[in-house]
Design a protein around this ligand. Structure first.
Ligand SMILES: [Zn+2]
Length: 388
């Protein structure tokens, strides 16, 4: 019990024992804990007892404060527990970057354990992501990406995580997460069963700024616009894509910066509030690049193909690439897909051709980056990158 000493010798007055605390931190904790009406004793820092008069006054105050009589042994037990807690609880920290994100940004959430410890499980709900997926990093921390939805206003958003922390078997050595990006659940099964495990609740908050998205009014012939009322078909198509995106690879497959997947002019940016023939259609989940039919569509970064399929209602010929750690890119309305499910693709590899299949008014590439199911601004990912 470093920083703590019991004043056994002199400082007794009736049933009151004065405890001498050297550590200001522990003293503050004790005072905040015991200085209420329940306080059976007084706590002093030894350095603040300069004279016998002050000492006598202080002891007297302690006596009058005493509401209940606690035996010294009980007192010691309580005190020991507090001190022990102070010396062994080393809290992990929860951090979010960037400092002031806007809707459509990717939030990087990291849980840093205390030295000699590692994160073996973490659960969190953030914004519209019901279950944030964390991956283990080499240093024992865990990282997740979360999309800040485009329909949020700026403001303060609390974030909370429940984490399981484990003491490293060999302090200083890395016993888990030998490679970057181990799914936290897998890490648990590898963990040393008899190591000390603690659960902690961590919290922080994100301050987001406001972002303006322009409104776009699209006109199309009524038979094409009829797609909007095919609710059942739209739902079915969505669940087909979602099921392909269920099990992202547990390590980053991307490398370096991201590229815009085709050459052309950006015709509609991410987040636009869209009305088709005057009817609300929704915010734009991706970015559109106007390019001639047949133009090459490149993989925005390396990954593996998890969907390559003609989806007639909305997406047309569609490719989904899993980049690992719950990061996906999606390419729609292609005239042709050149890849198959399970295939690894490199950044810049030609994976398809621009087309006008699905719900469109003309040939263009609609592409998205999603974190889980949350669409983020693909151009921000190109500009800022993603660090694991
Ligand atoms: Zn689009």
């Amino acid at each position: 019990m470093r920083g703590v000493r019991f004043g056994r010798k002199a400082l007794r007055h009736e049933n009151t024992r004065v405890i001498i605390i050297r550590s200001p931190g522990i003293r503050r904790r004790l005072i905040s804990r015991f200085s209420s009406a329940h306080a059976p004793f007084a706590v002093f820092n030894r350095f603040f007892l300069p004279s016998r008069t002050a000492l006598r006054a202080a002891t007297f105050r302690a006596t009058t404060l005493r509401a209940t009589t606690l035996r010294a042994t009980t007192l010691c037990v309580v005190f020991l527990a507090v001190c022990l807690g102070a010396s062994t609880v080393r809290a992990a920290t929860l951090r979010v970057a960037p400092a002031l994100p806007s809707p459509g940004d990717v939030l990087t959430i990291t849980i840093y354990p205390a030295p000699g410890e590692r994160v073996t499980a973490a659960s969190m709900t953030a914004f519209d992501t019901p279950e944030v997926k964390f991956y283990g990093r080499r240093d024992g921390s865990a990282r997740a990406f979360v999309g800040l939805p485009f329909d949020r206003h700026g403001g303060d958003f609390p974030l909370q995580a429940r984490v399981q922390i484990q003491r490293n078997r060999n302090p200083g050595g890395s016993t888990i997460g030998a490679a970057n990006g181990v799914a936290i659940e897998e890490a648990v099964t590898e963990a040393n069963a008899d190591a000390v495990v603690s659960e902690q609740r961590l919290s922080t908050h994100v301050r987001a700024r406001e972002r303006y998205f322009p409104t776009q009014r699209i006109s199309m012939n009524s038979s094409t616009a009829g797609t909007m009322s095919k609710k059942g078909a739209l739902r079915q198509e969505k669940s087909r894509v979602q099921s392909a995106m269920k099990n992202s690879y547990a390590a980053p497959l991307w490398n370096g910066s991201w590229i815009v997947p085709t050459r052309g002019t950006q015709s509609s940016s991410y987040g636009r509030k869209r009305y088709v023939n005057g009817k609300w259609w929704g915010q734009h989940n991706g970015a559109d690049v106007k390019a001639p039919g047949g133009a090459s569509v490149l993989a925005a970064n390396s990954g593996r193909v998890v969907l390559s399929q003609y989806l007639p209602t909305l997406r047309g010929n569609c490719i989904v690439v899993d980049h690992g750690c719950n990061v996906f890119s999606i390419y729609m309305h292609l005239s042709k897909s050149l890849v198959n499910v399970g295939q690894s693709v490199g950044k810049g590899q030609v994976i398809g051709r621009v087309g006008a299949t699905g719900f469109v008014t003309g040939p263009h590439l609609h592409w998205e980056v999603r974190i889980g199911w949350e669409p983020v601004d693909p151009n921000h990912v190109v500009q800022l990158g993603l660090n694991f």
